[in-house]
Design a protein around this ligand. Structure first.
Ligand SMILES: NC(=O)c1ccc[n+]([C@@H]2O[C@H](COP(=O)([O-])OP(=O)(O)OC[C@H]3O[C@@H](n4cnc5c(N)ncnc54)[C@H](O)[C@@H]3O)[C@@H](O)[C@H]2O)c1
Length: 380
């Protein structure tokens, strides 16, 4: 048997998600070296100590260029993926990039072009693809059980703790909209399930910004995509539910109707409910700045509504574990996995931003749209 070389992994961004993935890396036998970077030294050093990582620096470029590194996880804040990603591409490393690929459509295209021209194996963190319920739905649709795609509807309801946590580290919230930051997960799910039928030619959307305006973002965006064969997909998200809402983060309903059947998915997490006299803290507790997050008291909780998974005995169990460990199998053993590709990540950003542009203009937007035209329209 030939011995495989253990891989060196760089994790850039050591917050909630970087911590989960780096902790799993520590237990994966094919990963022999782990280096960390975070601009917040306390957060990075704490993770280094907790998992006994090999290296920490606050300079992500220095980390990514180290000779030990073969693969990189970019888990920096939503708006800070571009530079670490391009540095990793320049080094030819295998890449795992958190969603969204970028928060500017032109930069997203730049990343995609760099990945493609350097022939990099890059995947994007659309974690919900790794849940058994969605994998079986994908299997049934791709094996023709509901016939040809006809129409689909998605309703995502989110606790406002999510945007509160998301916006806490930046004042530039122009593109931190419900669709770009969170609806991207549901949109990716819908297009992944639709497969080849998902070829949108137009989007019409409307938004509201009454409750979340003070945070610099919107409450809700509802939209209707039309596909090239006339089939339609209605994508609706509201992330302004009260902090007391029992869903900790995400509740989803998806209906997909085909010419020979239907699949109706109830994913609101109302099947395992805790009610207690002991107030629960939020599911999402990042290190550092927790303004607006920790004061909330919730006495009812839809258990399993924290999308990455749930903690038992200090360890995370659930989709982010499956997603991360399968990526390690992918980069160590060459396993085929259902991760989202960079092409899909770019598509998702373009479509979520096109919804925002349509809502801003109050008109239908023809698709595909050029990234320059999209950004110019959003910045007008
Ligand atoms: N796949 C999923 O289900 C899922 C869930 C939550 C968040 N996310 C994504 O994961 C990413 C991280 O989210 P999080 O919840 O861990 O956020 P977080 O705020 O807990 O952590 C982000 C970390 O990145 C660091 N950082 C920011 N800019 C940096 C830079 N330029 N260089 C170095 N470090 C930098 C911050 O100091 C912070 O510690 C985001 O892109 C988010 O959208 C994905």
């Amino acid at each position: 048997m030939t011995e495989k070389k253990e891989l060196g992994l760089a994790v850039v961004g050591c917050g909630v998600v970087g911590r989960i993935r780096a902790t799993l890396a520590k237990d994966y036998p094919g990963i022999g070296w782990i280096g960390l970077s975070d601009m917040n030294e306390d957060v990075g050093q704490k993770l280094k100590n907790d998992i006994n990582a090999d290296y920490y620096t606050n300079d992500f470029r220095e980390l990514i260029r180290r000779p030990e590194v073969d693969a990189v996880i970019v888990a920096t804040s939503t708006w800070a993926h571009v530079e670490p990603t391009l540095t990793a591409v320049e080094q030819g490393h295998k890449l795992f990039i958190e969603k969204p690929l970028a928060t500017d459509a032109r930069q997203s295209l730049e990343i995609l072009s760099a990945i493609e021209s350097n022939d990099i194996d890059a995947v994007i963190g659309y974690t919900q693809r790794f849940r058994r319920r969605f994998l079986v739905v994908k299997e049934k649709i791709q094996s023709g059980q509901i016939g040809e795609f006809n129409c689909a509807v998605v309703r995502a309801f989110m606790n406002r703790m999510a945007p509160t946590g998301e916006t806490r580290l930046t004042q530039d919230r122009r593109y931190l909209t419900p669709m770009v930051v969170s609806g991207t997960h549901s949109l990716d799910m819908a297009f992944w399930l639709m497969g080849d039928a998902g070829k949108p030619v137009s989007i019409y959307a409307r938004s509201r910004d009454v409750i979340m305006k003070e945070l610099g973002t919107k409450d809700a965006t509802f939209g209707l995509f039309t596909m090239e064969n006339g089939s339609m997909f209605s994508m609706n998200i509201c992330w302004a539910l009260p902090k007391e809402w029992p869903g900790a983060v995400y509740g989803l309903e998806i209906g997909i109707v085909g010419t020979e059947g239907v699949i109706d998915i109830e994913d609101t997490h109302r099947d395992v409910i805790l009610a207690t006299e002991n107030p629960q803290g939020p599911a999402y507790v990042p290190d550092g700045n927790t303004k607006g997050l920790t004061e909330v008291q919730r006495n009812v909780d839809f258990l399993t509504s924290f999308p990455p998974g749930d903690i038992h005995d200090g360890e995370l169990w659930g989709p982010m574990r499956e997603e991360t460990n399968s990526w390690f199998q992918r980069i160590y053993s060459g396993k085929q996995t259902p991760h989202a590709t960079a092409v899909e990540g770019h598509r998702n950003l373009m479509l979520t931003m096109a919804m925002d542009l349509s809502a801003k203009r109050g008109t239908e937007i023809k698709l595909p749209i050029d990234p320059d035209e999209l950004m110019t329209g959003l910045d007008e």
